[in-house]
Design a protein around this ligand. Structure first.
Ligand SMILES: N[C@@H](CCC(=O)N[C@@H](CS)C(=O)NCC(=O)O)C(=O)O
Length: 215
C-alpha cells in the first residue's frame, strides 16, 4: 500500500530538517518503507482539502490506503506498531519506549517550542529581553533532568527506539540556541541520531526539496 506524507512546499528553515516531516521520513527510513511526498503551500494547508486531513492546517499528514493521520507522535507510533524496527518486542520494554515518545512531545518539547517562540516570533517585543532568560532556564531544567537520566548510555532505554527518534528530533530544534552544547551527553546523543543512515536519508530527502534556488 502506498504511503503518502505531506511536507512544506518550501520549508521556512531552508532545509535544516527541522520541519516535522523529517521525523516521519526518518521513521519510514528506519523501518524500510518507501513513501511518496505531496508538497503543500502555506495557502493550501489552510484550504478544505488539506483541512480534511489535518484539522489544524499543518504538516505533516500521513495517508496509507483508507487511513489518514496527523500529529507526528501518532504517525511515528503507528509506523512503529505496523512495521518492525522501532519498538522492542518485549511488552514492558515496548511500553517504556512508547513512554519516551510521550515524554519527548509532552514534557521536553513544550519549553523548547516556547523558546523558539520567544526568540523568533516575539523578538521585537519590549519584554522579550527580560523573559528570554526565564524561558531558557526552563529548557535547561528539562535538559538537566534528561541528561541525568541518559547518563552515559547510547539511547534512553536499551536499543534505539521510536522514543529516541522523537526525542532526538525534538532536541535538534535547540541546536541554534547553543543550549544543547551545555549538555555534552545530550549533544552526543543527538549526533548519534543524526549519524544513523536512516536519518541521513530522511535529511537528504527534505533538503533536496528545500535547497535555495541556484544563483
Ligand atoms: N504537534 C504537531 C505540530 C505540527 C506543526 O507544528 N507543523 C508545522 C510544521 S513543523 C506547521 O505545519 N506549521 C505551519 C502552521 O502551523 O501553519 C505535530 O507534531 O505534528
Amino acid at each position: 500500500m502506498t504511503i503518502t506524507i505531506t511536507a512544506f512546499e518550501r520549508s521556512p528553515d531552508g532545509g535544516q530538517g527541522l520541519a516535522r516531516d523529517t521525523r516521519v521520513r526518518w521513521a519510514l527510513e528506519e523501518v524500510g518503507q518507501p513513501y511518496e511526498v505531496r508538497l503543500v503551500s502555506f495557502r493550501a494547508m489552510k484550504e478544505p482539502a488539506h483541512l480534511a486531513l489535518h484539522p489544524f492546517g499543518q504538516i505533516p499528514t500521513y495517508e496509507e490506503g483508507d487511513l489518514a493521520l496527523f500529529e507526528t507522535g501518532a504517525i511515528v507510533f503507528h509506523i512503529a506498531e505496523r512495521y518492525a524496527g522501532l519498538l522492542p518486542k518485549d511488552a514492558n520494554a515496548r511500553a517504556r519506549a512508547i513512554t519516551w515518545i510521550f515524554a519527548a512531545l509532552n514534557t521536553v518539547e513544550p519549553p523548547i517550542l516556547e523558546l523558539s517562540t520567544a526568540r523568533i516570533l516575539e523578538s521585537d517585543k519590549p519584554w522579550t529581553k527580560e523573559r528570554l532568560p526565564l524561558v531558557e532556564d526552563r529548557v535547561r531544567n528539562r535538559l538537566h533532568q534528561l541528561s541525568d537520566r541518559l547518563g552515559d548510555a547510547d539511547w534512553l532505554d536499551g536499543g534505539f527506539s521510536a522514543g529516541d527518534l522523537i526525542m532526538v528530533s525534538v532536541l535538534l530544534r535547540l541546536r541554534s540556541s547553543g543550549i544543547l552544547n551545555e549538555f555534552p551527553n545530550l549533544s552526543d546523543y543527538v549526533a548519534r541520531g543524526e549519524a544513523r543512515p536512516a536519518y541521513k536519508r530522511a535529511f537528504a530527502a527534505q533538503a533536496a526539496i528545500n535547497k535555495p534556488p541556484a544563483g
